[in-house]
Write a protein that binds this ligand. Structure first.
Ligand code: AMP
Length: 377
């Protein structure tokens, strides 16, 4: 199998959303070809890829055939089965590995990985039945958040519990499936670190990024984060440990809570480029997507230097309630960059695009990005 994959070769991506799209755009700029596989057609990635294959992620024959047509394989979302990753790995190099995917795609496994190695995390318990949920709520304490162990993202499958008697109702809401119970963290900031590790252990990061969520979905990112330098370097240090402990190759994001007493707690790990790193496309020498291409292809990691303070706002399907947003108005705001993902159906809560702004301070950048979004509808 090829350790280093040079421009001209083909990168295969399992998944076809906006992360794959932005990866494809960078890969093609660098002279690579990119193939995508997902159950969809005319997908955000497929629209800009060299080849779009439509197959289910558990169709192992289709995954094998896809793997034979590419020089290296990656994935752009974590809910690909490890069986699929393993089948592909028999044919072609898969980066990051199926083992890293296995740990990070299921909250219970990810929490155990973190807790066993002594990472700082919020008190948590596992529950596989309503009785275990009640016991877990007792040990973790209230208020708590119950999260489904598998297939959760953007707050999907998450419910807050303020009273012990709500346990049974929430167990029904999450569909009686394995869950993690976490104590609600009284945080002052949410931050993330987008980091990369190369095939020979080279490490790169974009510093601490500050994130504001709305309804559990990322709403606004500013970079650099408005936190003391010691907090930022602690977060970077933890992210470095995570990529080393996972023996990771590729871009990864670690999300953190910062508490009032200055603790940095790991919330979760995303084994791929991340929404909070989208600002890097417009603000950094090497974007998180170019970095993913470099890492996955076994090349040196690029310079992560940030040219100016930046802010990014997400554009959710909610903005379409009164029809197509007014793009011309947003683009009349000076210095903003519009990114749209080519999704035809605008559903509430669905990520349709984002706007990035650069300025002399993050506050100014945030004001610009928010102003551009405000005039959309
Ligand atoms: P997650 O999918 O776990 O990243 O959760 C999405 C968002 O929900 C987080 O970024 C927080 O804003 C919120 N959240 C999740 N878990 C907790 C927690 N234990 N305490 C407070 N807020 C949380």
């Amino acid at each position: 199998m090829k350790r280093i994959v040079l421009p001209g070769a083909t990168i295969g991506v399992l998944g076809s959303g906006q992360l794959g799209r932005m990866l494809a755009l960078e890969a093609r700029r660098m002279g690579y070809r990119l193939h995508t596989l997902s159950p969809g057609v005319d997908t955000p990635t497929g629209q800009v890829a060299d080849l779009e294959v439509s197959a289910e992620y558990d169709d192992i024959d289709a995954i094998r055939a896809f793997a034979r047509g590419v020089d290296v394989m990656t994935f752009e979302f974590e809910n690909v089965s490890t069986d699929a990753a393993d089948a592909a790995a028999e044919i072609v190099e898969v980066r990051p590995s199926g083992a890293a995917l296995h740990i990070t795609q299921q909250r219970a496994r990810e929490k155990a990985f973190l807790a066993d190695r002594g990472y700082p995390v919020t008190p948590f318990a596992k529950a596989q039945s309503v009785d275990e949920l009640a016991v877990g709520l007792g040990t973790v304490g209230l208020p708590a958040i119950v999260k489904t162990a598998a297939f959760g993202y953007d707050g999907k499958g998450q419910h807050r519990i303020d009273r012990i008697e709500d346990g049974e109702r929430v167990w029904g809401l999450i569909g009686h499936q394995e869950a993690i119970i976490e104590r609600v963290v009284d945080f002052t900031h949410e931050i993330s670190v987008v980091a990369a590790r190369g095939i020979d252990g080279q490490f790169a990061h974009y510093g601490a990024i500050e994130n504001v969520h709305h309804n559990h979905i990322l709403d606004l990112t500013v970079a650099p984060a408005r936190v003391p330098a010691g907090i930022a370097s602690e977060a970077v240090h933890l992210a470095h440990r995570v990529v080393d402990d996972l023996g990771y190759v590729g871009v990864l994001c670690v999300e953190f809570f910062v508490t009032a007493d200055g603790r940095v707690l790991v919330n979760e790990i995303a084994p791929r480029p991340h929404n909070s790193g989208h600002f890097t496309i417009d603000a950094c020498v090497t974007s998180q997507f170019e970095q993913q291409v470099r890492a996955v292809c076994g090349l040196s990691l690029g310079d992560t230097a940030q040219i100016k303070p930046a802010a990014m706002v997400n554009l959710l399907g909610d903005l379409w309630v009164n029809g197509e947003p007014d793009w011309a108005a947003a683009l009349a705001v000076p210095d903003v960059k519009l990114h749209l993902y080519g999704k035809d159906e605008a559903r509430v809560g669905r990520k349709m695009g984002h706007i990035t702004a650069l300025a002399d301070s993050v506050d100014e950048a945030a004001a610009k990005a928010l102003a551009a979004r405000d005039v959309l509808c």
